[in-house]
Ligand binder design. Structure first.
Ligand SMILES: Nc1ncnc2c1ncn2[C@@H]1O[C@H](COP(=O)(O)OP(=O)(O)O)[C@@H](O)[C@H]1O
Ligand SMILES: [Mg+2]
Length: 144
C-alpha cells in the first residue's frame, strides 16, 4: 500500500476539534461525518466490507476546507453483499467512534443520514441489521 503523505487520522482530527473548539466541535465535524457516511455507503454499495472501521483507520488529506478521506488497514476486509455484514461493519464503527470520542452520538447519526442517501434502496435493510446487531450487543452486556 502507498504511504499517504501529509495526512492525519480522523481520530486526531476529532480529538483536536473537541479540544480546541469544545462548544462548536459537533458543528465543525458535521461535514466530515457526512463525507464518511457517503464513503461507507459507496464502499458497501460496491460490496466492500472494511472489517475494522475505526477513526485511526481513516486518514484525511488535502486542504482543510475540502478534506479527502482515505481508508487504510484493509487487513480484515472482504467482499460481500449481505446486509448483515454491512450492518456489523457499521456497528463496529459506531462502537469505535463512541468509545474513542465522547459525545459523538450526533455525528454517527449524521454518518448514517448520508449513508442512507448514498446507498439508496439497500440502506433500509442494512440499518435494520444494524439495529439487530446493537440489540445482540446489549444482551451480551446484560448477561455479562
Ligand atoms: N498508508 C498509510 N499512509 C500513512 N499513514 C499510515 C498508513 N498506514 C498506516 N498509517 C499510520 O499508522 C497508523 C496505524 O496503521 P494501521 O495500518 O491502522 O495499523 P494497526 O491498526 O494494526 O495499528 C495509522 O493510524 C496511521 O496513522
Ligand atoms: Mg488501524
Amino acid at each position: 500500500m502507498e504511504e499517504i503523505t501529509n495526512s492525519q487520522t480522523v481520530r486526531d482530527y476529532i480529538v483536536n476539534m473537541q479540544k480546541f473548539h469544545p462548544d462548536k466541535a459537533i458543528e465543525k465535524l458535521r461535514p466530515l461525518a457526512k463525507k464518511i457516511g457517503r464513503l461507507l455507503g459507496k464502499m458497501h454499495a460496491g460490496k466492500v466490507i472494511h472489517g475494522d472501521l475505526t477513526t485511526s483507520n481513516m486518514l484525511l488529506r488535502g486542504d482543510p476546507e475540502n478534506l479527502d478521506i482515505v481508508m487504510i488497514d484493509f487487513g480484515l476486509s472482504f467482499s460481500e453483499g449481505l446486509p448483515e455484514d454491512k450492518g456489523v461493519d457499521l456497528y463496529v464503527f459506531e462502537r469505535a467512534l463512541l468509545s474513542t470520542h465522547p459525545n459523538t452520538e450526533e455525528l454517527f447519526t449524521e454518518v448514517m443520514e448520508s449513508y442512507r442517501q448514498e446507498n439508496g434502496e439497500e440502506a433500509q435493510e442494512v440499518i435494520g441489521k444494524l439495529d439487530e446487531v446493537r440489540m445482540r450487543g446489549r444482551k451480551r452486556t446484560m448477561v455479562g
